[in-house]
Design a protein around this ligand. Structure first.
Ligand code: SF4
Ligand code: SF4
Length: 512
């Protein structure tokens, strides 16, 4: 027997009474799902990935994409997902690749945490009438502030304050490498960061020269492959980032297939056209905290002592690792949880390696406080921040700011089809094909991302008002304003959060 035993995941239905045969769906699908023959639009169901580009732009609303209802016999152990994966691997002999975040139904802890609100004895604040401060300073803060009085009797700050990065809301854009995303996507994010007065990170693919003018809002990444890293590149931005790991694939390096390396990517990454860009799993000059310290200070010296961020995947020993990173001299610790998105990751690593960001934030914040070094670095948290409520809860758990990647791409039209690694993104986001890249207008995209974050900023202010605080600073690490619902005692203890129904005071000590 030849051929596949895999059935299509999706079925594409064309309502022939509605279809006027404009053939836009043929043009719009980046995956080649449609053809035209015998006066009919013919879908090849096997090619459909449910990216919904055709559905969105069919002028007659003639297209419906549904999950293939094909039912495997009900089996609690051999789920359709396991059976399909065995089919795929027995046909290809290869590792399964995927993109856009862990989709297994792990419990999402953010959805089991609720925030407090003021009632009667502690007044709330109306954010429409009172100023609300979302401004955030990322970087090292001094242990103490020393003031000295001069001869004229004026008090002057004696303490030397190290460079911090000022952002007007506690949300930044996560690293997504040039090559995995298109130029127009990166430009839309740069424009959004500049307009919102926040920052974006480059991924490991460098920064195209045309985007250098946005440098005041960019932290430049230096990853294990050193793609696109030069003294000029490092000095374009407001800081640098050493990437040790990422949440979607902890412990492994990046892989950008040669098909996604045309001329422009090759120039920026400084590698030949069409070659696979494989970055090593570890940074080969870092095997200890001392090695990390050397690279942190090399970057500081190369950039006039701009802040250095170290990015790690959230793993079991994250608190101790973060402590070492701060002691090595990093100004920011970037934590990436295991639900984080990426353009391409092996299924097995994306879905089964790492820990949730909620846990990582709580234990790192706690550890740094215990050691008296929490002021020495800011915590940026990422790994599936989906809404303003997630941002508030992450900050209450101990983050200084959150980074969004997938949410920004969804604002640009991404429908989370998880096929970024194919390079065929119909929305022009995760592709280098000129005919697809041109579909995304950076101005249009920037407007949508700015709308999204302006909406989130308004929502965060509403929450702060309800909590009776007027600055996001006062929410940071304020776990007393969080409560858990439906979480067992062990995970509540790890998070440092009390169960709902318990008021102020020390619950655990009283209960023993
Ligand atoms: S885009 Fe819609 S109306 Fe146009 S050919 Fe395709 S199904 Fe028909
Ligand atoms: S970026 Fe494109 S390919 Fe990737 S999940 Fe979104 S729509 Fe699909």
């Amino acid at each position: 027997m030849n051929g596949t035993v895999l059935q299509p995941e999706f079925l594409v239905r064309i309502d022939e009474d509605r279809c006027d045969q404009c053939k836009r769906c043929l043009e719009y699908c980046g995956f080649g799902t449609f053809s035209f023959a015998n006066d009919k639009i013919l879908p090849n169901h096997s090619k459909c990935v449910a990216c919904h580009r055709c559905v969105t732009f069919c002028p007659e609303l003639a297209i419906t994409v549904v999950e293939n209802p094909l039912s495997f016999r009900n089996h609690a152990n051999w789920t359709p997902r396991h059976i399909r994966d065995v089919f795929k691997q027995s046909e290809t002999g290869g590792m399964l690749l995927t993109g856009m975040g862990n989709d297994l139904p792990y419990r999402i802890l953010f959805d089991h945490l609720v925030l407090d609100a003021c009632q009667v004895t502690n007044p709330s604040i109306d954010p429409l009438r009172e100023p609300m401060e979302l401004r955030t300073y990322l970087g090292r803060k001094p242990d103490v502030l020393e003031i000295k009085r001069n001869e004229q009797g004026t008090d002057l700050l004696k303490t030397n304050i190290e460079k911090n990065i000022k952002i007007e809301l506690p949300i930044v854009f996560a690293p997504m490498s040039y090559g995995s995303i298109s130029f127009n996507t990166m430009k839309a994010i740069c424009m959004s960061a500049a307009k919102l007065n926040t920052l974006m990170y480059t991924g490991e693919g460098g920064l195209p020269r045309d985007l250098y003018p946005y440098g005041d809002h960019i932290i430049l990444q230096c990853a294990s492959g050193r793609f696109g890293v030069s003294p000029e590149y490092l000095n374009v931005g407001i800081g640098t980032q050493i990437k040790i790991g990422q949440g979607a694939k902890p412990g492994i390096g990046g892989h950008l297939p040669g098909e996604k390396i045309p001329e422009n990517i090759s120039q920026t990454r400084m590698i030949p056209v069409g070659t696979d860009a494989l970055s090593p799993a570890p940074q080969h000059d870092i095997y200890s905290i001392e090695d990390l310290r050397m690279l942190i200070y090399a970057l500081k010296e190369a950039t006039g002592y701009k802040p250095v961020c170290v990015k790690i995947a959230a793993v079991h020993n994250v608190a101790a690792i973060a402590s070492g990173i701060v002691r090595a001299g990093a100004d920011l610790v970037y934590l990436d949880g295991f639900r984080g998105g990426t353009g391409a990751a092996p299924n097995i690593v994306r879905d089964h390696v790492g820990i949730p960001i909620e846990v990582a934030i709580a234990v790192v914040d706690e550890r740094l406080r215990e050691e008296g070094i929490r002021n020495k670095a800011s915590i940026v948290a990422a790994g599936s921040i989906r809404c303003a409520a997630d941002v508030c809860k992450a900050i209450a758990l101990g983050a200084d700011a959150c980074a969004i990647g997938t949410a920004a791409l969804i604002a640009l039209g991404c429908h989370v089809c998880q096929k970024c690694y194919t390079g065929n993104c119909s929305w022009g986001i995760a592709t280098q094909k000129p005919e697809l890249v041109g579909r995304l207008d950076p101005e249009w995209g920037a407007e949508r991302i700015c709308n999204l974050l302006e909406a989130w900023a308004t929502e965060i202010k509403e929450v702060l008002g309800a909590l009776g605080i007027n600055a996001v600073e006062s929410l940071r690490g304020n776990k007393e304003r969080l409560r858990g619902i439906g979480l067992d005692r062990t995970i509540l203890e790890v998070l440092g959060v009390k169960p709902a129904g318990i008021g102020m005071g020390d619950y655990y000590e009283n209960r023993g």
